[in-house]
Structure formats: C-alpha cells, structure tokens
Design a protein around this ligand. Structure first.
Ligand SMILES: [Zn+2]
Length: 206
C-alpha cells in the first residue's frame, strides 16, 4: 500500500506506529494522521493493524501541522499550519471524514457515520462534575428513559445543554461510555434561570 492509498483509522494508526518506532522517520510522525488518544490495544500492536471492530465504532484522527520552533524553513514549508482532526471508523477501513480544524466537527462527522440520527435525540441537562453517586444514578435513569432502547449499550452519545466556554464534545461521559455531545443552551432557558427575571421591573421599583 502506498502512502497515497493510506486510508482509515487502522491503517493510518499502523503507519504512525511504524514511523514512531523508527528513529530516522520518527520526526514525520507528528504530521501523520493518528488516533487521539491511542487505544490501549495499540501498545501491543507496534505497527501492526489494530483488530477490526465487529461493528462501526467512533474513531477520531489527528495530525499536527503547526510549525514548531524558530526554524523559518518549517514555517515556509508547512505554512501557518494547524492541528487537524478527521472522523474515521474502527470497522470500516475505507471511511474517513474531511480534515477539520475543530475537533467537535470531526467528532460529529464520526457520529453521522456510526450513529445516524443522533442529532434528533433529546437534549438533557448535563451531569454536574461534582454529582453525588445518587444524582449520577438518577441522571442515568432519566437518560435511559428518554433515549431509544439499547442506545447506550451500543456506546451511543448523549446530548446535553452547555453554556459558552463548555462546548467541547466529551468522550466517555455518556452512560454507556459514548460521547457527551454539547448543544448550546437555548436563550429562553438561560434567561429563565437568571435570578430576578420574574421579579419587579425597573418601573415598578421606582
Ligand atoms: Zn463504520
């Protein structure tokens, strides 16, 4: 397989491991597409293909094209550069999404492939980071009731409202270990939650 034919999460990750293991080629690994984070199985894979998943599974690849250091030649060769992301699948070797500059976009591309229809699912309140075990159980129960049967057992995502500044899609935070996909909180909701919104108006006070 030539480099131009290289495609898909498993083949690209094997190539990345191949580069990483060779001191002469290791410099090129930063710009080679690879899984982020690397799966645990990759420790043993060492350049060989990861096992093919028995069903479609989310994979997000990344490649770092940001110039490093003060060397102008790298900047000239690579341009201003960026950290790129793209969707892939651990079963379908021929599936890849387009290169994206926002991680969230690549994560969404991957979900369109693995969980079509995910965008129409109900949006819930997120589980607070400091939630008690009891609150966590209640949140999971509520999510399981609101979503299709078996959805989370397949690693399906949950959709939660977020405020500006907390809009990353977070892997591993859905009840079954899938992504917690960020949805902007509707303006009406956030206004209703503002203290004093239902209190007296300015005219009534003066
Ligand atoms: Zn697939």
């Amino acid at each position: 397989m030539s480099l131009d034919d290289l495609r898909g999460a498993r083949h690209r990750q094997a190539h990345y491991r191949h580069l990483a293991a060779d001191p002469v080629r290791a410099m090129r690994k930063r710009t080679a597409w690879h899984l982020a984070p690397a799966p645990r199985e990759d420790e043993r894979a060492c350049g060989r293909l990861l096992p093919r998943a028995d069903r479609c599974r989310i994979a997000v690849l990344t490649a770092d094209h940001r110039p490093r250091g003060p060397w102008r030649i790298e900047r000239d060769l690579l341009g201003p550069g960026a950290l790129y992301y793209r969707a892939a699948c651990l079963r379908c070797d021929d599936f890849e999404g387009p290169a994206r500059e926002r991680e969230n976009d690549a994560v969404e591309d991957a979900h369109d492939h693995v969980f079509p229809g995910w965008r129409k699912l109900p949006v819930l309140e997120p589980l607070p980071y400091d939630a008690t075990d009891r609150a966590r159980s209640r949140w999971i129960e509520q999510a399981v009731r609101a979503y299709p049967a078996g959805w989370f057992d397949q690693g399906g995502p949950i959709l939660t409202y977020r405020n500006p500044g907390g809009t990353r899609h977070v892997p591993g935070r859905a009840p079954g270990g899938g992504y917690d996909m960020a949805r902007p909180r509707p303006l009406a909701l956030s206004q209703r939650q503002r203290p004093g919104r239902t209190g007296p108006t300015q005219d009534e006070l003066f």
